[in-house]
Design a binder for this molecule. Structure first.
Ligand code: CS2
Ligand code: MG
Length: 402
């Protein structure tokens, strides 16, 4: 079997997606997600200029060798653009292998380690009262795990507060919009939010919270400590993780579990965090961390150190990524939780998929491969629209982490 063609498909059914379609001489094809939110065209260029020409004529069964070829062979290793391009190839090749075998990917990866994949949804409100209502709505929909984000009193815009009730979509303008941040106002408000949520709903459901890299390590230690009575499932991205050592300081001060890694692209980004047990959940995912081949390696390392998986699953991760992630989640022994932000109806129509949601759990389905297809004719009706993620400033105007 040989790879005869590889095409990059860009579409915007509600938001931008980059999909790689790898075709073979016996008619089987595979799909991989290559979407890098706000930087989509960089990955398109990387794939078209440097990856696709080197793929043609190769045996698609040689997944590991092809992965090594594009990782080691690039000389310039790592980085989100390179690793998203490698991920797209890797995912498409696993999809082909699954289709050839007639098996869903989780079967190729050792079968089911569990019956279903617990997912968490996003309850976002502009203030405390609205966030409580949103959490109630997610409980009614059957979710067992819910991420709660709320507008902070005194701040005009806050991370995670949706304009739409269906999902939170931050990349909304061609040029980055500016948000404002105050650590003092946030630290004052956040424990009150979780106190109110536990008072209203008790402890039956898992509650999660995303700090989105906004605190210093010592501030994160303080927040984690003040949230301990409300027993969060995790606090996510408390501080930027370029400095992995910073997490030692957080760990000295709090037992609130920590999740990190949605922006990671290789095992090295998480090496110290995992081996020193500085985090509890690793959020690296299929599309940004080198595809299933590399993500499974990260999960194996994490398993040795009691770190569980919690794959990123925002709307910028396409259904192709979601289908692959669910196969990974079902099979990996140290699964923790999967993020699930529902896609628009337009997106679901462009990407017909086998996965389903039921009472807080998701199931990848039993279609061969990852179980997600693309309707190219429909995709062509939604051309690319430039959209950037916002930036953040402190109240005095200084740039901050978004
Ligand atoms: C987030 C995302 O889902 C999350 O936890 O941090 O909303 C993130 O901001 C976007 O996926 C960025 O592309
Ligand atoms: Mg996040």
């Amino acid at each position: 079997m040989k790879i005869t063609a590889a095409r990059v498909i860009v579409c915007c059914p509600g938001r931008n997606f980059v999909t790689l379609k790898v075709e073979t001489d016996d008619g089987v094809y595979g799909l991989g997600d290559a979407t890098l939110n706000g930087r989509e065209k960089s990955v398109v260029a990387y794939l078209e200029e440097h990856v696709v020409p080197a793929l043609i004529g190769r045996d698609p069964a040689q997944i590991e060798d092809i992965w090594q070829y594009f990782y080691r062979g690039a000389y310039w290793r790592r980085g989100p653009v390179t690793m998203s391009a490698i991920a797209a190839v890797d995912t498409a090749l696993w999809d082909i292998k699954g289709k050839v075998a007639g098996l869903p990917l989780y079967q190729l990866w050792g079968g089911k380690s569990r019956n279903g994949v617990m997912v968490y949804g996003h309850a976002n409100g502009k203030d405390l009262a609205e966030t409580i209502d949103e959490v109630a709505r997610y409980i009614d929909m059957g979710y067992k795990a819910i991420r709660a984000q709320s507008g902070v009193p005194g701040l005009a815009s806050t991370y995670g507060v949706a304009k739409d009730r269906l999902f939170y979509e931050p990349a909304d303008a061609a040029l980055a919009t500016e948000n404002m941040w105050s650590t003092a106002k946030y630290l004052d408000f956040c424990p009150k939010l979780f106190e109110a949520l536990r008072a209203r709903f008790g402890f039956e459901h898992h509650l999660l919270h995303d700090i989105h890299h906004r605190l210093t390590p010592i501030e994160a230690g303080l927040l984690g400590k003040s949230l301990e009575p409300y027993r969060l499932f995790w606090m996510e991205d408390p501080t930027p993780a370029e400095n992995q050592e910073g997490f030692r300081l957080i760990r000295q001060h709090t037992v609130t579990p920590i999740a990190v890694g949605e922006v990671f692209n290789t095992i090295y980004d998480a090496q110290a965090l995992i081996t020193e047990q500085l985090i509890d959940y690793i959020r690296a995912t299929i599309v940004h961390a080198g595809g299933p081949t590399h993500l499974r390696r990260i999960a194996s390392l994490a398993d040795l150190y009691h770190v569980r998986t919690g794959c990123h699953g925002a709307t910028d991760l396409s259904p192709v990524c979601m289908g692959t992630a669910l196969n990974f989640d079902l099979s990996v022994p140290n699964f923790g939780v999967q993020e699930y932000m529902r896609h628009t109806e337009e997106t679901d129509a462009v990407f017909p998929h086998a996965y389903t949601f039921e009472r807080g759990y998701m199931y990848p389905g039993d279609a061969p491969g990852h179980g997600v297809d693309i309707d190219e004719k429909l995709a062509a009706k939604y051309p690319y629209r430039p959209a950037s993620l916002p930036v953040n400033r402190l109240e005095d105007g200084a740039m901050w982490n978004w």
